[in-house]
Every structure is written in C-alpha cells, then in structure tokens.
Write a protein that binds this ligand. Sequence first.
Ligand code: PEP
Length: 253
Amino acid sequence: MRKKIVAGNWKMNLDKNQALALTNDLVDTLGDLPEHQRVMVCPPSIHLSSVVEVASGSKGLEVGGQNMHQAGSGAYTGEISGAMLKSYGVNSVLLGHSERRAYFHEDNSLLREKVDAALAMGIEVIYCFGEILEERENETHFDVVSSQLKEALFHLEASQWNGVVLAYEPVWAIGTGRTASPEQAQEMHAHIRSVLTDTYGTECADGVSILYGGSVKPDNAKEIFSQPDVDGGLIGGASLKTEDFMAIVAAMS
Ligand code: PEP
C-alpha cells in the first residue's frame, strides 16, 4: 500500500538557531506515526547535518535534501552530490522544484540525469513538476505534466519506482496563497496515475505516492488530502511554523 507523506520544503529560510529550534519542536511534537504515514523536512543543505542529528531523536521525522548534482564529484563549485547526502544519513531528495526549473534552468533532460544519479546512490527521489498559469489557461496543462513525467522518469524500470515519490505542484499555486481546488488536484493526480498505468501497469501506478504542493495550509489540507489520488503534500511556507506544519501532518489520514 502506498504511503501518505507530508514533507516540508524550507527553501532558503531559517538560520542555524531557527532551523534547530524548529527541528527540536517538531521532534517534541511528533508522536508515533502509523505505519502508512511519513513526515519529512527538507532544510537548506548547510543545515542538513545538524537537522539529521536532532531528528534522529524522533521516531518518525525524516530529513531530505532540496537538490543534488548529477555528477558523483568534481569541479562544480557550490554544489552537493548524492554521496554527500548519503554520508549525512539523508536518504531522500527533492528534484525538479519549480524554483530550480525557473531560476536555475533545470529542464527535464537534466532532471533525468539527476534522477538516475540519486537512484544509483539509493536516494529516494521526490520529483516535483507542474504547469505554469499560462499552460493551465490555454489548457495544455495535462500535456505539460505528461511530458515532465515522461522525459525525466519514463526510462526507469518498473522496479525503480519504489524509489520515486511524485509531487504535483501547479506553479501558479506555489507561494501565492492560491490553491488548486480539491477537484482540480484530484483531476490532475488521477491523470498522472493513468499516465503511469499506461506505461507501467496498475500495480506499479497504485504503489506510487503522489503529493500535492501549492499553498497547502492547516485550513485546506484535510479537504485536499481526502481526495483518492492525493497521498499527502509538499509544504512550503506553512512548514516553517511548528503549529501549522503539525496541523497539516494531522490532516493526513
Ligand atoms: C513549495 O515550494 O513546494 C510549496 C508548495 O510552497 P507553498 O506551500 O509555500 O506554496
């Protein structure tokens, strides 16, 4: 059975003390999680080591990276590799976040390389994708999302999907306060699962967790998460406050 997941993307926020205070609060607040639920935070890479250390005091809090380079090592100033993440006990990484696509020019073919590099290291990929407003308005959003999936991920073997989580994040809903309606989220998640089913079959497609991201808050999380193909959320702004993040975690069923 696929897992429900709430993951917090801290982006480039919080200094060391703030990051540790938030992690400590989460560790203190997060009780035992049911078998089918996961909770994760993705801090800036400079905080990974200390956040992993604090999170190790909890039963359920996982720590992921926000990005990694496709090469194993080398002259790539400012970058971090999968081996580095692994060496700090980080076993998951966000790839393809819309901010990386927009500001750092990451496209589907580069992301395909990053996906391969992460999976080769045994790092779970949380693959982020979604359409921009113009694409939704001109009704190309289903095609855009299908291409983002196929070009970066459809070279994988069915067995490799064990190491992949999808995060559908319509760009027009990220950090804007404008959320996809539960019906819009469900419609796209069902589309994503059917595209997966067409290539990999029902068993594989049913096993993949598909998270929704885009202005999820305590007051809308429950309704979004209750959609049959929505398996939790990737949370930006609301992951920076313990109370809000924990309320969103509690909205997972
Ligand atoms: C995100 O950046 O992945 C995100 C979903 O941000 P927010 O929740 O702030 O819209």
